[in-house]
Design a protein around this ligand. Structure first.
Ligand SMILES: [Zn+2]
Length: 262
């Protein structure tokens, strides 16, 4: 197999995977667009790693909700007080969500000190029950960042609680159909994407939304978020036959297929 046929093969697999793994993927034009909820530890994670998928779903006629568990305030540069930076993050998220047509929900658990307990898991459960998303996208567990690790665990428990009919809350139970993990430079350990989503039609708008964040523009630290995530979308597009794409990892527990035994 030469490089060209390998690329075509990978591209075909990607589309096949997309079709099989997703009720909301662009490749399945007949699929009814549903609601996606992105749940991130910090607002930047939500927009940079999950925002394009939200935008793509909204563009198709579906709906998107972004929940950030903190304001990411401790990512402040030395020149800006932490509280002030948190408010800048809040404003950026509201502007970005409005541009994409998504609903933004911002919790204010302390950045870098994200708890993992029943209180926060049940609070996220309540948001899931209220908004009833078919799909949830969140952090992969293989992260060096403790807030990201905790967010992964919080969402795992929240989805379980949300679907548990015998757990009384203010809203009735709601079962999330699919869970995916976003590609994040900080969550790279053992991240193995299997689902590619074309974001061709929303790429520019997504970049514009990310640009509301000082972090995206390189004003808070060394990492080149803009270059990394804009290029990543190009690279994932190369592998999936699209101009720009996002790669996601489906939850291992939803990969089982039931087929007739031959
Ligand atoms: Zn983060």
């Amino acid at each position: 197999m030469n490089r060209r046929s390998f690329a075509q093969s990978v591209s075909g697999m990607a589309v096949l995977s997309l079709t099989k793994a997703s009720v909301w993927a662009q490749a399945t034009a007949e699929a009814k667009p549903g609601k996606i909820m992105a749940i991130a530890a910090h607002p930047g994670d939500g927009l940079f790693t999950m925002g394009a998928v939200l935008a793509q779903q909204i563009e198709r006629g579906g709906a998107g909700v972004l929940l950030s568990l903190s304001l990411g305030e401790k990512g402040a540069p030395r020149s800006i007080p932490v509280e002030q930076y948190g408010e800048m993050q809040r404003t950026a998220t509201q502007k970005a969500a409005a541009l994409l047509g998504a609903e933004a929900i911002l919790f204010s658990y302390p950045d870098a000190e994200m708890p993992f307990n029943e209180e926060i898991s049940l609070r996220v459960c309540d948001v899931i029950r209220q908004h009833k998303p078919e799909v949830v996208v969140t952090h992969w567990s293989g992260s060096w960042h403790k807030d990201h690790q905790n967010c992964h665990l919080i969402v795992r428990d929240a989805i379980f609680y949300a679907g548990l009919e015998t757990l009384p809350r203010s809203q009735p139970a709601h079962s999330v159909s699919k869970t995916f993990y976003a590609e994040n430079w900080e969550d790279a350990a053992n991240f193995l994407p299997d689902t590619y989503v074309s974001i061709e039609s929303v790429y520019e708008k997504w970049l514009e939304a990310c640009d509301f964040y000082p972090m995206w523009r390189g004003q808070t630290g060394f990492f080149r978020y803009n270059d990394y995530y804009s290029s990543l979308a190009v690279m994932r597009g190369c592998l999936s036959g699209a101009k720009h794409a996002v790669a996601l990892m489906s939850d291992l527990n939803q990969r089982t297929e039931h087929v007739p035994f031959l």
